[in-house]
Design a protein around this ligand. Structure first.
Ligand SMILES: [Fe+2]
Ligand SMILES: [Fe+2]
Length: 427
């Protein structure tokens, strides 16, 4: 009988060993650049940041850039720009993330670039710098893509198909489901980039981390920023100390975008106070006509059990006082859009205050309680949004995965800065 058990015992021990072994990524790096992403980092009229991944056989971080031209001799007119790299070990691989910062560019100009050099360089991609003075432009906004990418892919692709000339795109956190801690969850980043294809290489990204960029699946209390975040992106470092590339601001043609790290605001009083103080300075000394906040946790939640009171008490008075136009968030895995109201009231009535949005681009969806703060609320609906900034008008539109309009409003602003919000069903 005991001889009969030996094969089963052996199989059990092998299975245990496999479970204990490191997960091996399905997306190993190679000498050829992948995970290519553009980020706005400094003045978007004269600069652009580029990040990509290779294996460790590539020992130089070199990209080439030129003004785009129709001729086939484009590469001859390009120049090399050197950058730096960071290695990340895990999931059976060592990945090398290269970062190059293009500066000294000409405003309102289309450029072509390739990541890497020699036979393993990427194809040529294009982007356009911001104009030196405001002109009409549109940016995209997507909430949590987190979880299975299988249904998310069509959302990012529909957004690009509908607004192929988007100036940039904003992600408000939980891009992936897990990724901090001992395991890299490299597959999730691999799928996220596969869903976007070349879009991240041509439409610059602004992203702010969600709680799932902090979660350690083995111990949810141990929270450190996802190991990919800083090597994998090249975002601004002009925010509060120790929050580089997670809390920052960018001015784009008369629009001030302020990204906050709401994870650290919720978790740490010091980071909360530092960010609130920093935001107030940016709002007081604001040369831009329009102001948009981006962060992960909603000021107004779509569920009574997910209220973020600390965040609201710290930030909403500032948004009211200095007339923030839009607050774009995620985290609640539903869609809702409302207009800011005085504290203690359920609705502002006039609808002339700050507009608050919760959005989700992925298929992971939560229940939505009936709340009176919103004008439009949707469950089990993946959405993406466009924001068109055109002089004294800001047009906000939310679309579903098939490209149908599900919500729309226009904020009109007079030259003296006063504004009114016009609501629309958008249907
Ligand atoms: Fe979240
Ligand atoms: Fe989430």
């Amino acid at each position: 009988m005991k001889y009969f058990l030996i094969p089963f015992l052996s199989l059990f021990l092998i299975a245990c060993n496999v479970t204990a072994q490191e997960q091996v990524s399905s997306f190993p790096p190679s000498a050829r650049p992948d995970r290519i992403v553009l980020n706005l980092k400094g003045d978007p009229a004269v600069s652009m940041a580029l990040t990509w991944r290779t294996d460790t056989s590539v020992t130089e971080s070199v990209a080439r850039i030129a003004r785009n031209q129709p001729g086939i001799f484009l590469p001859d007119s390009s120049v090399s720009v050197n950058g730096t790299y960071t290695d990340i070990t895990g999931d059976g691989n060592v990945s090398r993330y290269h970062s190059v910062y293009f500066t000294g560019l000409t405003p309102g100009t289309q450029y072509a670039y390739c990541a890497g050099s020699g036979p393993a360089a990427s194809e040529w991609f294009t982007f356009t710098t911001a104009a030196a003075s405001p002109r009409p432009f549109t940016f995209l906004y997507l909430g949590d893509s987190q979880g299975s990418i299988s249904l998310y892919s069509r959302v990012i692709r529909q957004a690009y198909r509908s607004v192929p000339d988007a100036a940039f795109m904003v992600f408000t956190g939980d891009l992936v489901d897990g990724g901090a801690g001992s395991k890299l969850h490299d597959d999730e980043w691999g799928e996220w980039y596969r869903a976007a294809g070349f879009i991240t290489a041509e439409v610059p990204l602004l992203a702010t981390p969600g709680n799932h960029e902090y979660i350690n699946p083995a111990d949810r209390q141990k929270r450190v920023l996802n190991r990919y975040w800083r090597p994998g992106f090249t975002l601004p470092e002009n925010g509060p100390a120790d929050l580089e590339e997670t809390a920052y601001s960018v001015d784009y043609e008369g629009l001030r975008i302020i990204a906050l790290n709401s994870n650290e605001m919720m978790r740490d009083t010091g980071y909360a106070q530092a960010q609130a103080k920093w935001v107030e300075e940016l709002l007081i000394n604001n040369p831009c006509k329009w102001t948009v906040m981006i962060f992960h946790h909603p000021v107004y939640s779509t569920s009574a059990s997910r209220d973020n009171r600390t965040l609201r008490e710290l930030l909403k008075p500032l948004f009211d006082r200095y007339g923030v136009d839009l607050v774009l968030t995620g985290h609640d895995h539903t869609y809702a859009r409302g207009t800011g109201m005085p504290e203690g009231q359920e609705h502002g009535g006039k609808g002339d205050g700050t507009v608050y949005v919760v959005s989700v681009s992925g298929a992971k969806q939560y229940r939505q309680d009936a709340q009176k703060w919103w004008d439009v609320g949707l469950t089990n609906t993946q959405t993406w949004q466009s924001v068109r900034v055109n002089g004294n008008e800001l047009e906000y539109t939310s679309f579903d995965a098939a490209g149908n309009t599900v919500d729309k409003l226009v904020i009109s602003k007079k030259n003296n800065g006063s504004k009114r919000t016009i609501k629309s069903t958008g249907k």
